[in-house]
Design a protein around this ligand. Structure first.
Ligand code: TYD
Length: 140
């Protein structure tokens, strides 16, 4: 059976003109969900790894509005690395996908949009537990 979608790259429209750049992200229009939560990560040193979790209900869109970072994305079988470095380019990560954000440039501002309000209970933070759940799901 083919694994579920790991991620999808999204390119936002360029609404810039001679006055400068403008990028608009509307829920359900430019990204696949209605936005319930926005947060941003900055000031992480280049040797820091953030994330390291999968979410039972949350989907995410990540965009480096400044600077660069990398995202390792896996379902426990396939593994991909996405580089984010453009304010017009985002990665969409469905629920139940494991992600790790790292290699932050000093000026990195990683904007994250989600379809859910924060609920710590829907986070799976143990990779072995995640692997086990994914293996069980695959065999069903
Ligand atoms: P954490 O999930 O470890 O951040 P990351 O995935 O970016 O490495 O979150 C750090 C702390 O912030 C943790 O105590 C939970 C809290 N938090 C919220 O309260 N709301 C949120 O939307 C997020 C992402 C985190």
């Amino acid at each position: 059976m083919a694994a579920k979608e790991l991620f999808r790259m999204i390119n936002f429209k360029d609404l810039g003109d001679e006055r400068g750049k403008l990028v608009v992200i509307e829920g359900n229009h430019d990204i696949p969900f209605e936005i319930a939560r926005v947060f941003y990560i900055y000031g992480s040193d280049s040797d820091i790894i953030r994330g390291k979790h999968a979410n039972r209900n949350s989907e995410f869109v990540l965009v480096n509005v400044a600077g660069k970072s990398k995202v390792m994305i896996t379902d426990g079988y396939d593994k991909k690395i996405v580089e984010l470095s453009k304010p017009m380019e985002a990665v969409y990560i469905p629920k139940m996908i494991w992600k790790e954000m790292y290699d932050f440039s000093e000026d990195s501002v990683l904007l994250v949009l989600s379809n859910t309000h924060y609920d710590g209970k829907e986070y799976i933070r143990d990779f072995e537990e995640y692997r086990k759940i994914m293996t069980e799901n695959k065999n069903e």
